[in-house]
Design a protein around this ligand. Structure first.
Ligand code: ACO
Length: 361
């Protein structure tokens, strides 16, 4: 048995490939470098969905805009009980209000849902009224507008598009596997996406970037980095944003996102010197982890610069995982459809290690 199913191949997929030794990510025949910063989220979603639905509309951006408007109707169900929850719990609850099914219409509503619901939840938690979607805008532009109530700059929209494309799919990660397991039971795309959101939320998967901001704030200055990091490791803490099940080298998504933060430059919500400080903390962590775990190659993963990028776009850290879901939902839907098209029910075996009955049946 492989602990944590490490190296177990559980599906054939045409969607993406993660080469953990070369540090390379392929999404439907394209390297990450060909996509990140070069195509919009809608174009990446089209790439993932191609062949998994009968026909895709010529203008997927317009169809997704219309779906944002449609799902916005569910925002009226945001009550005080939900607003006391974390943004991802509230977003998940609103997503669960959408009907199940396997059609392209259901898929479009699910593609829109994390974006529309997260913006509304974040605003409501800050005491502000939700901003209705604008179907004419691109997805990234409308997310930032719905969040802030004002248009974002071109560089900010490009940075968010880069992020959403960078995280849209990544092999059989925990949330995608969860989505495929649910899809394999024929429960429907909404159920599969809800499973994906639930798996993503954990700190060992998509829940890491919020705590990275806490870590940077607690470290405060580069001089304090070594002492803080060594104390955290001595307590047995894991350093968020480092290590990966598959990558034994640097996660290629880290550099795609760092470049996007750099491109945003002074116009964004980033404090002067913040990127240089993060780089100093990253260097300190990498050198300490090397000495701490010489037998395990622990490098920077996608989440470290995700935290910087989403902070620069003025998302609250409590909602960072929701923004991850806005991108990864495209991959969950495509994997669910791929599973439906060819896969059997996923039902592995377990080995019983408990007590045996005293009397044989
Ligand atoms: N900080 C300190 N030690 C670490 C870290 C870390 N970030 N990551 C792994 N280790 C240590 C473990 O404690 C373990 O040591 P042990 O053998 O003495 O117990 C060893 O390295 C191997 O770790 P595993 O848990 O076996 O590695 P696994 O493949 O199961 O975990 C994971 C990968 C969950 C990402 C892990 O590296 C981690 O917890 N990182 C921090 C959380 C994080 O950044 N999550 C986001 C991941 S990216 C994504 O999902 C989108």
């Amino acid at each position: 048995m492989s602990d944590g199913l490490e190296d177990v191949v559980a599906a054939d997929t045409v969607l993406s490939d993660v080469d953990g030794r070369a540090g390379r990510l392929i999404i439907r025949g394209h390297s990450l470098d060909e996509l990140a910063g070069r195509v919009s989220f809608e174009q990446a979603a089209r790439l993932l969905f191609d062949g998994f639905f009968e026909a895709l509309p010529d203008d997927l951006a317009a169809a997704l805009g219309a779906a944002r408007v449609e799902v916005f109707a569910e925002v009226s169900a945001l009550d005080t009980g939900l607003l006391d929850r974390t943004p991802i719990e509230a977003m998940r609850a609103l997503t669960a209000r959408l009907g199940d099914g396997d059609s392209f219409e259901v898929a479009l509503r699910l593609l829109a849902a994390p974006a529309v619901f997260t913006a509304a939840v974040v605003r409501a938690q800050a005491g502000e009224a939700p901003v209705a979607p604008d179907a004419k805008l691109g997805h990234a532009a409308d997310i930032l507008r719905m969040l802030r109530g004002a248009p974002a700059s071109r560089t900010e929209i490009e940075a968010l598009d880069t992020y959403l494309v960078t995280v849209c799919d990544h092999g059989l990660n925990a949330s995608t596997f969860a989505a495929r397991v649910v899809a394999s039971t024929r429960a429907g795309l909404t159920s599969a996406v809800l499973a994906g959101i639930s798996a993503l939320k954990g700190p060992l998967h998509g829940g890491a970037p919020g705590p990275i901001i806490d870590m940077l704030d607690a470290i405060g200055t580069p001089d304090n980095a070594r002492t803080w990091i060594e104390a955290a490791l001595a307590r047995g803490d894991r350093l968020m944003g480092f290590g990966h099940r598959v990558y034994r080298v640097r996660d290629p998504r880290a550099d795609a996102l760092k470049a996007a933060v750099r491109r945003m430059g002074a116009g964004a919500n980033i404090q002067p010197g913040r990127l240089a400080f993060a780089e100093a903390v990253e260097a300190a962590i990498l050198s300490i982890l090397k000495a701490h775990k010489p037998d395990r190659s622990l490098d920077t993963n996608v989440e470290f610069y995700t935290a910087l990028l989403l902070e620069s776009l003025a998302f609250p850290p409590s909602a960072f995982t929701c923004v991850f879901a806005m991108g990864r939902v495209a991959g969950w839907i495509a994997h669910a459809r791929e599973q439906l098209a060819g896969g059997r029910l996923i039902r592995p075996a377990s080995r019983y290690v408990g007590p045996v009955p005293k009397v044989a049946a």
